[in-house]
Ligand binder design. Structure first.
Ligand code: FE2
Length: 259
């Protein structure tokens, strides 16, 4: 059994005192990390599915590199819309290969699962993008693996969430990932961030999951971004040769936005 932790949408700012929508994002992230240190120090992988920072500044990424040092040998990352590939890559150069603005993706195998990170960052946009070639390359990669199950990690969810405002900042090219979900019974999990709340949908053979932010929480209701009080958290995935189990775990404190 492999135990994978997914955290997402950290939105850290360079200034340690700065607030985001009235929420002290560093404070809540540090409470999440404290809980991870107590409960998940032995996890097999820690996956960050994007929006590492809110300001995309080097100092913000350096703060995160230090914070996640206990998992530095098991850290896997993809960028979100609030990320800068060059800086993310240079600060985490021990974990991220490639050059400059190339896609930041990852893959590893564990307990019969091929785990794959897809980069959906579209520079200058809140929405994301996946190209047909990118998904085809990922699929070829997975086909070369003997793993019987596939889990994809990416920032933007590839399905509509029945939310007027969230669906407006969705994923161009999502149909390429959806058609993979529909045609390949091995692809059973897609774990995403971006929408700062917990949800579960089905697409073909796959369950599409979204995970709460470590800071500011969103509601899917309404036509414009909807910030709500909520407990920051993360997702625990237990991957086995037979399937998977997953839960969202939250800290005890509520992050209350001030608008
Ligand atoms: Fe975000």
């Amino acid at each position: 059994m492999a135990r994978i932790i997914q955290i997402t949408d950290l939105h850290v700012l360079q200034d340690p005192q700065a607030l985001l929508k009235g929420v002290d994002v560093r404070y809540f992230l540090e409470r999440v990390v404290e809980q991870l240190r107590e409960q998940e120090s032995a996890c097999d992988a820690l996956v960050i599915t994007g929006d590492h920072t809110h300001d995309e500044l080097e100092a913000s990424y350096c703060y995160l590199r230090d914070l996640f040092a206990p998992w530095s040998d098991r850290l896997f990352q993809v960028p979100g819309n609030h990320d800068e590939r060059r800086i993310l890559r240079s600060v985490f150069s021990a974990r991220i290969d490639g050059h400059h603005d190339e896609l930041i993706q990852f893959h590893f195998e564990t307990s019969g699962w091929f785990c794959l990170g897809l980069d959906t960052h579209d520079p200058g946009r809140v929405s994301g993008i996946l190209t047909e070639q990118q998904v085809a390359a990922a699929r070829r990669h997975a086909d070369n693996s003997a793993a019987e199950r596939i889990a994809v990690f990416c920032h933007h969810p590839p399905v509509l969430l029945e939310s007027e405002w969230m669906d407006a900042i969705g994923l161009a090219g999502a149909e390429h990932l959806r058609s993979w979900c529909e045609s390949d019974p091995r692809l059973q999990l897609v774990c995403c961030g971006h929408v700062h709340h917990e949800s579960e949908h089905t697409c073909g053979h796959a369950t599409i999951l979204t995970t709460p932010s470590t800071g500011v929480q969103f509601s899917p209701l309404g036509a414009v971004p909807n910030f709500i009080p909520g407990q920051p958290g993360y997702r625990v995935l237990e991957l086995t040769e037979q399937g998977y189990r997953t839960t969202v775990t939250r800290i005890d404190e509520v992050a209350t936005p001030v608008l």
